[in-house]
Write a protein that binds this ligand. Structure first.
Ligand code: MTE
Ligand code: MO
Length: 500
């Protein structure tokens, strides 16, 4: 067998065993201490903003899978190179493994929530990889024939690959099962103040048109977490502290014992492009934040409430917004179920009217009162605005894409939103002609999006449909096309269609 192939196989085999061992150790030291996840986390926190926006645009909610797969491919290439070098001198191999081990250890130890044990998965993985590398290089020469050796090496590579997969899969299952059981055991209280019923006609039920209420499984997911934090409600505590007169700590049981409100609120991501789908409307059950803040008595100048999650992510919300009477809450329920784990189980923040990155902390464990002058939350040093109310937007959902439209009446419909201000008007135009008023469906409140529709007498040929909304304060959605960065995209959504 050629040395390059043999070395490559040996290197990849040793790396696979290292990762498998590290994943198994990480079952005990925490999923975020596993080298792939830790290094991926560092990458997520440090990639330049345009690249991150590119990843979100290209891979959408699969951006994390793309990142992890890319990392694995790169790692395999490096491991193969190390294996080839190790055939020349074992010490090259040791140096390569040591370098990777150190990168893993450094990444794991510098994660926001890391303890000293976070070093163990990379450390032990690297030690075992050294042993495997040595054993594979020294493998007894079975048989004279190339075929035998190739068979042996392939067999070994497959075996270690399987070991890695089972380590990874085992960990995934173990962590997943444990909190999903705890989640199934949660009994949500009846709200003291239930959500208003969704009025008849709020949902026009058209194909392609986003439903008025987004199901939990269809709800967009955006966060920096490469592995979903698994927070057991038994261990969960919320500390409300910082610049307050009376700091408070709440357990999950204490939280559930408080009077709850239930409200429809449409959440939106600042990274949503015009026409994009990083937005969803759900019925949230939770404890009003206003009451909690009244109880802790914020000190003068504490104009920012920083939410901190179990995995160290932070967001900063204006204290005044949380106390102005809107239905900002510590949510425990989503559409009648405990929060799905990827949407923040057991507790997250929901604030009507603000983009998610400045308000909607998932897996929240801390609310710290401070000032905007004193603390920049996660996305602020990365170039995003510290304050970010949701901009008025509208979207055409149908017709869109391949529709086989024929001349005659065509239902044009979509959604529009201006959370906590409310939508007053939606207008549509064809080929830059005069604006035509669309019909607004009913809504539950000004905190949700609204469906709109307009009957178009379509003529044959290619056409461009455009939409714009006006909020209840009379502000018309601006035409100027601006990217999401730094505080939300602007511009009118346009759809090109062909009518037969
Ligand atoms: N802990 C944590 N909470 C977070 C984030 C995060 O990265 N980590 N991302 C925020 C962003 S940018 C958005 S848009 C919303 C999305 O909430 P969803 O995933 O439930 O739709 O969560 C917010 N809460
Ligand atoms: Mo977001």
């Amino acid at each position: 067998m050629r040395d390059s192939i043999r070395g490559g196989l040996i290197g990849v085999g040793a790396a696979a065993v290292a990762l498998g061992v590290a994943e198994v150790i990480a079952v005990f030291t925490g999923a975020r201490s596993a080298p792939l996840v830790a290094v991926g986390g560092v990458v997520v926190d440090h990639v330049p903003e345009p690249l991150k926006q590119f990843a979100i645009d290209t891979f959408g909610v699969h951006d994390k899978t793309a990142l992890l797969s890319g990392t694995v491919v790169l790692l395999a290439a490096f491991a193969a190179a190390i294996g080839i070098l190790a055939l020349r001198s074992f010490w090259y191999g040791v140096a390569g493994i040591a370098a990777f081990g150190l990168i893993g250890v450094a990444a794991a130890l510098t994660r926001p929530d890391a303890g000293p044990a976070a070093a163990l998965p990379s450390l032990l993985g690297a030690l075992v990889a050294g042993g495997v590398l040595w054993a594979l290089i020294e493998l007894p020469d079975v048989g004279e024939h190339e075929v035998d050796r190739r068979r042996l090496l392939t067999g070994v590579a497959l075996a270690v690959g399987a070991a890695a997969v089972s380590g990874f899969g085992g960990r995934w299952l173990a962590t997943r099962r444990s909190v999903s059981e705890a989640r199934n055991a949660v009994v949500l209280p009846t709200p003291a103040s239930p959500a208003p019923a969704v009025p008849a006609g709020a949902d026009l039920s058209l194909t392609q048109l986003a439903p008025y209420v987004t199901s939990n499984s269809a709800f967009y997911r955006i966060d920096t977490a490469l592995v979903v934090p698994q927070v057991d409600p038994v261990d969960w505590q919320l500390k409300i502290h910082g610049r307050v007169r009376r700091p408070m700590t709440l357990t999950f049981e204490q939280l559930l014992a408080r009077p709850m409100i239930e409200r429809y609120v449409t959440l939106a991501c600042v990274s949503n492009e015009v026409g994009g789908d990083l937005i969803g409307n759900a019925r949230w059950l939770g404890v009003p934040l206003k009451d909690l803040l009244d109880e802790v008595e914020p000190l003068d100048g504490a104009d920012q409430v920083v939410g901190r999650s179990a995995d160290g992510w932070t967001c900063g919300t204006p204290t005044a917004v949380l106390r102005d009477g809107r239905d900002a809450m510590l949510a425990v329920g989503m559409n009648g179920e405990p929060l799905p784990v990827e949407h923040g189980f057991p507790v997250r923040v929901v604030v009507p009217g603000l983009y998610g990155y400045v308000s909607a902390c998932k897996w929240v464990t801390e609310l710290e009162l401070t000032s905007f002058a004193d603390f920049d939350a996660y996305w602020v040093p990365r170039g995003w605005a510290a304050q970010a109310p949701i901009k008025t937007q509208s979207r055409i959902d149908t017709p869109r894409g391949r529709n086989n439209l024929v001349a005659g009446p065509v239902a044009v419909a979509g959604v529009a939103w201006a959370q906590h201000r409310g939508i007053a008007k939606v207008e549509v135009r064809v080929d830059g002609g005069p604006w035509q008023a669309a019909t607004l469906a009913r809504t539950v409140s000004i905190d949700t999006w609204v469906q709109w529709s307009w009957q178009w007498q379509a003529t044959r040929g290619e056409h461009t449909l455009q939409v714009r909304a006006t909020d209840t304060e009379g502000a018309v959605q601006p035409e100027e096309q601006r990217p999401p960065d730094p505080d939300g995209a602007t511009g009118w959504h346009s759809v090109d269609v062909e009518v037969e």
